[in-house]
Design a protein around this ligand. Structure first.
Ligand SMILES: Nc1ncnc2c1ncn2[C@@H]1O[C@H](COP(=O)(O)OP(=O)(O)OP(=O)(O)O)[C@@H](O)[C@H]1O
Length: 307
């Protein structure tokens, strides 16, 4: 499940035809039930393991909603699914999202707050996110409250200059009874670039039998890998911004490192579901780096009919 499912959902809100989704896990279902509730829609075939689901959306109203993965399923992904819908709602939304705040293969809540949030604000997106409780694998039990104001439309972004690093900081989290030298639940390093405001992160989650120092090294290597490619976004922000580029009113540009599979899929789906046009070209790189690209998008300029 990713933001693409929402793009499909949003698209269908405007075209008034049902859409199809692939669903396998509880967190996917929680996300779909959340958008169903947000838009007074109707879901058919929504069960764990189902490969075909039909969502017939109504109007996106806003208001208060709760989504609970009942596992350590990621609240970051629930946020990824619901945020674009909330932006095009008739009024403000308050979403209580429960599950894992720090889960595998998903945006960590710290990533969403420290990296995604300040960058997505450049599109004109405004949201508050209150982290009430952290939740880790396998228990989950985390909770965040997301408050979103709707927008009339999104502005395009231009992120083609990276600047120099001015700050790198790290945060580590432990929970439970094991000493932190042995077991670290989660670590994130964030780097911030001068004047341009680019922000990258490298993160890693603890696993049974893996010593804390290994977790730290993995996160640092992720950050370094991204700093080396000379793009303006890291390998995760790349795919997470595609939906906003597609919906924005005008041409967005983003300098990246190697194009990820998630980004390729996101672009493919965005082009299938809207009239947004993406072009990827190799970037000139004064540092001799061959793996730098510019993703350019002519966004569709989706507008919120209620504002
Ligand atoms: N360490 C990380 N930091 C920030 N974001 C991450 C990290 N790992 C994964 N992501 C983001 O999580 C999202 C994963 O979406 P994805 O569609 O893979 O979810 P999924 O539920 O695992 O679905 P699928 O199994 O179909 O891939 C992507 O947007 C990706 O950028």
């Amino acid at each position: 499940m990713s933001a693409l499912h929402v793009l499909s959902f949003l698209f269908n809100c405007y075209s008034d035809t049902p859409s199809l989704f692939n669903v396998t896990r509880p967190q996917h279902l929680s996300g779909l039930e959340l958008v169903r509730d947000m838009c007074n829609g109707n879901l058919e075939g929504a069960t764990v393991g189902s490969s075909e689901i039909t969502l017939t959306p109504g109007k996106i109203k806003g208001g208060n909603h709760v989504a609970d993965t009942r596992t350590a399923g990621s609240v970051g992904l629930l946020m990824q699914i619901s945020l674009p819908c909330a932006l095009f709602a008739q009024g403000p939304s308050e979403l209580c999202l429960k599950g894992g705040t720090n889960a595998e293969m998903a945006p960590q809540i710290d990533y969403t707050l420290k990296v995604f949030k300040p960058i997505v604000e450049r599109f004109g997106v405004q949201f508050d996110c209150d982290l009430k409780m952290r939740g880790y694998y396998p228990k989950g039990g985390g909770e965040v409250v997301l408050k979103v104001n709707p927008v009339k439309e999104l502005s395009p972004i231009n992120m083609t200059e990276r600047g120099n690093i001015t700050k790198i900081y790290g945060r580590a989290f432990v929970a439970g009874v094991l000493p932190f030298k042995i077991f670290l639940h989660y670590i994130i390093y964030v780097s911030i670039f001068e004047s341009t405001g680019c922000i990258f992160a490298g993160s890693s989650l603890g696993k049974k039998g893996v010593y804390a120092d290994k977790v730290g090294i993995e996160a640092a290597e992720m950050l370094l890998r991204n700093i080396r490619h000379n793009g303006c976004v890291d390998e995760f922000l790349q795919d997470q911004l595609i939906i906003f580029m597609a919906l924005a009113n005008g041409t967005s540009r983003m300098r990246t490192g190697p194009i990820t599979l998630h980004t390729q899929t996101a672009i493919h789906m965005a082009e299938q579901l809207t009239n947004a046009k993406f072009v990827i070209r190799k970037a000139e790189d004064e540092h001799g780096n061959n793996d730098t690209y510019i993703i350019e998008c002519q966004g569709v300029g989706a507008t919120n009919p209620s504002l």
